[in-house]
Design a protein around this ligand. Structure first.
Ligand SMILES: Nc1ncnc2c1ncn2[C@@H]1O[C@H](COP(=O)(O)OP(=O)(O)OP(=O)(O)O)[C@@H](O)[C@H]1O
Ligand SMILES: [Mg+2]
Length: 304
């Protein structure tokens, strides 16, 4: 059996009391196997950062527990040394350079090595800007430095809260490639949060979709996406084509030349035959995968 990096067991977190009470995390459970990129996807305010803070033992859950590599995380500093993290709102010393900031962090963690700092700066594409004070850094530059900081202690598990936040398109691509390398080449586990569907679709092996502090779907990214397919059919005359298939499938018009049919690839030949038998002209049949975007909208609506 594959090793388990993170186990979140029924955690809840409430902020405030009485009418002002907010359930930021509401009975959330998930398991992250080691050696993969795991996406934690949800809209603003879904509870991603709160969950990450609980996983890192920065705040206490109202209920529930977290285990990392099979051990409880509460007051287990040795365990947290195997974890590197970039969390929303992390700060650095503004008057120190990027390099100096990493140095301070590395010394306080007891793993200072100048060579390693230089190679991390190169890895995140900050080597040429490392000797400027961080007060002049852009959001994206701070983000890159934050990722370097997360990797300082050579962690087995890397937790990144919205790692591409503030990056330009090229920077996002670099970051995605870097995250894959951390797993594919260096054998680490990455747990990242995002509200960007295409990002999760591009880099994650598995995903948990959360909304209002609860997991509404969880699974292999590819499997979740192929869970639902549909056919787009261009045919003439359109009303007759839809009427001929309606008894067996659900059809929805897409403009006045095509329609969507809730059906899979294996049903396409049968559908085309039916249409042809009714004297309908078929111009095109394409199989469409649900995008993560559609999936997400549907899943969050169902969860609401
Ligand atoms: N310290 C706090 N005090 C009160 N409410 C809080 C606190 N931290 C978070 N919340 C509330 O908990 C909910 C979840 O917030 P959280 O920051 O975990 O969401 P998120 O998924 O990270 O959102 P985003 O995508 O915007 O970063 C929100 O309603 C937020 O207002
Ligand atoms: Mg957040």
């Amino acid at each position: 059996m594959a090793a388990v990096a993170i186990e979140v067991q029924g955690i809840r977190k409430q902020f405030g009391t009485g009418k002002r009470q907010i359930k930021a995390v509401d009975d959330l459970t998930l398991t992250v196997a080691a050696g993969q990129v795991y996406g934690f996807l949800g809209p603003n305010g879904a509870g991603k950062t709160t969950t990450i803070r609980i996983i890192l033992d920065l705040i206490r859950p109202t209920q529930g527990a977290v285990r990392l590599f099979g051990q409880p995380v509460r007051q287990n500093n040795r365990l947290l040394r195997r974890v590197g993290a970039l969390v929303e709102g992390a700060t650095c010393y503004p008057y120190l350079t990027g390099r100096k900031n990493l140095e301070v962090l590395a010394r306080s963690g007891g793993y200072f090595e100048p060579g390693r700092i230089q190679s991390l700066l190169e890895l995140v594409g900050m080597a040429d800007r490392a000797d400027r004070p961080t007060r002049g850094y852009s959001t994206g530059m701070k983000q890159r430095l934050g990722v370097a900081a997360a990797l300082l202690g050579d962690p087995d598990l890397v937790i990144l809260d919205e790692p591409t936040n503030g990056l330009d398109p090229a920077g996002m691509q670099d970051m995605r490639a870097l995250i894959r390398r951390l797993v594919d080449e260096q054998g680490r586990t990455v747990f990242l949060s995002s509200h960007m569907l295409n990002e999760v679709e591009q880099i994650c092996d598995r995903v948990a979709i959360i909304n209002r502090g609860r997991v509404i779907r969880e699974g292999d990214v590819k499997a979740l996406l192929t869970e639902k397919t549909r056919l787009r059919i261009e045919a003439e005359p359109l009303p007759a084509a839809m009427a001929c298939l309606q008894p067996h499938w659900t059809a929805r018009a897409d403009g006045d030349a095509a329609f969507y049919l809730d059906a899979g690839r294996e049903q396409a030949p049968q559908i085309v035959q039916r249409l042809a038998a009714s004297g309908i002209q078929v111009y095109q049949v394409t199989l469409q995968r649900q995008t993560l975007e559609e999936f997400f909208l549907q899943a969050t609506q169902e969860g609401a």
